[in-house]
Design a protein. Sequence first.
Length: 255
Amino acid sequence: MVILPFHKHVRLDRTWETTRNEYRLLNKKVMEEAPCSVAILVDRGLGGATRVASSDFTLVITVLFFGGNDDREALAFAVRMAEHPGISLTVIRFIPSEELKPENVKLEITEDQAGSCSGETRLTDVEALTELKEKIKEHESSCSNSDIESQIIYEEKIVKCHEEVCEVMNKYSRSNLFLVGKSPEGSVALGLNVVRSDTPELGPVGNLLTSSEIVSTSASVLVVQQYVASRESPGVGVLTNVTKEVSPVEDSESP
């Protein structure tokens, strides 16, 4: 996986300032052409400025899981990170209630949009979550004779509207890092009330987490895009013209 830095920097007053505009063009090109999964890191002081020993390192990570390829990739990466003894991971799966209706949908983001889950996607999501639950059980069994608690927690949240999703996000706002998919799928993701954004590379969930008006958190955010060779959208593709140089041209669009 290639991890790229976000082109904006958060100020002390929690507003955003574009400090590395040349990164935006580069990030966009890498996300379009890289033959592997790509993630954008919105760094809000992750890890701090003080160097600590690996044995003293601690980190609280939360995965917001709606469904789809990108969410599964974010989940898989978070589980690998949780192999470090200092990392605790909470996985939140959003489940639509019967009251969640399609007419309540309002999603306007440029470029890739969250889509509805196909039957195959739902099945793959279930398989990924089943594997996660088995991993948690194995870890709990190995720790049953000690005082060590499980480092991975899995929770399901039934929601009926955009506001309830944001409430859940705020509940875990003290996390150090959120891992989310760039293009989440399913009816809950489609119901996210995300207005048109000038940072589509963060996806609907990433934009919610970086909008202080909606979700109050100072956590860093890692937005993951899974590489799928058969995906036809311009968001992901096979790397072409590898030797072509990327010039740090100033982006004419507002950041």
